[in-house]
Design a protein around this ligand. Structure first.
Ligand code: ACO
Length: 294
């Protein structure tokens, strides 16, 4: 039965919710290729994450998951910064001075988009790191599936420099993504490093000169858009869950997840790919993706 609750209704036009977004601290643009660009838009504050970004990002991600134009999401920053991390004034000091529940509400909403929402987002996500990336911005970066950086972008776990630990869930994310040596080095020294070093330590996938950043990101987004979206989502969800599972449970979970795809996948990837390879001999899985219907 159809729900009467507005949040549980599919709008006639799924772009309507995106069009209705506030777009003040976060700009949203879905281009003709199906790439949704989410731009943190506080360049004069180096895109420091304030309540505006927190609440607008939650709303934007909600809108884009239903927006049928959006096939992949890219998160980047306006101006010369990706993001200078959490806003020391608006995210920490001001809520800390108010009702204790305000602080809690803010942190909960921030964890919602930076961590839980991004990690399991139904569409593929790419962080395009165009400049400064500090502290809490690491969570945005690691929340995204893949990351492309400008070679000269500057990264830093700067928390130690002003006397706090990388909290939120940053330390956990960094520990999952980097080696112990690299993680503790940057957590404990607060030293900066560039995009090339970020590739070396596995923090980003690719670093390119700044003038190539957008094109390289587009190219990667196109590759993801060409893939079967149901299987893509399933593959990333499986990755995140399997990391925390024992071997036997992971084996059984992956079998169940594969079976789930057979029910959920309208284009029946697997069977379609097998037919195109074995019967039609129209492609080779080792050399690229099967031809999607439509
Ligand atoms: N929180 C609040 N305001 C910030 C932040 C931030 N994280 N980062 C920058 N700003 C503000 C500055 O206060 C300044 O505001 P003003 O113009 O009103 O004085 C404006 O943004 C521009 O900053 P500048 O420092 O003047 O810019 P510059 O280009 O010289 O330096 C840099 C950029 C290196 C990013 C510097 O701003 C900086 O060190 N920011 C803090 C980075 C950081 O440590 N982030 C981690 C925060 S902790 C966390 O995320 C958990």
């Amino acid at each position: 039965m159809r729900s009467k609750h507005p949040k549980l209704q599919t709008p006639e036009d799924t772009t309507a919710a995106t069009a209705a977004l506030a777009q003040q601290d976060v700009l949203v643009h879905v281009d003709e290729e199906g790439i949704a660009w989410l731009t943190l838009n506080r360049p004069t504050k180096r895109n420091a994450i304030n309540p505006g970004i927190v609440f607008e990002m939650n709303e934007a991600l909600d809108a884009l998951e239903m927006d049928e134009r959006a096939k992949a999401v890219v998160i980047t920053g306006a101006g010369d910064a990706f993001s200078a991390g959490q806003d020391l004034k608006e995210y920490f000091r001001e809520p800390d001075a108010g009702h204790p529940m305000l602080r809690e509400r803010m942190h909960r909403a921030n964890a919602a988009w930076q961590w839980r929402r991004l990690m399991f987002y139904p569409k593929p996500t790419i962080a395009m790191v165009n400049g400064w990336c500090f502290g809490g911005a690491f969570q945005v970066l690691l929340g995204c599936d893949l990351a492309v950086a400008a070679t000269d972008a500057q990264f830093g776990l700067s928390e130690i420099n002003w006397g706090i630990i990388p909290a939120g869930i940053v330390t956990k994310s960094v520990a999952m993504a980097l080696s112990q040596r690299a993680a503790l080095y940057y957590i404990m020294t607060g030293e900066n490093f560039d995009g090339a070093r970020a590739v070396q330590i596995g923090l980003v996938n690719i670093a390119v000169p700044r003038e190539q950043l957008e094109n390289r990101t587009r190219q990667l987004a196109r590759t993801l858009i060409e893939r079967n979206p149901v299987v893509l989502r399933s593959a990333k969800t499986a990755y995140h869950h399997c990391r925390d599972m024992g071997w036997e449970a992971a084996y059984d979970y992956l079998a169940a997840k594969s079976d789930q795809n057979m029910v959920r996948d309208p284009e029946q990837g697997g069977a379609t790919g097998m037919r195109q390879f074995l019967d039609d001999k129209s492609f080779r899985p080792g050399l690229g993706a099967y031809k999607r219907p439509g």
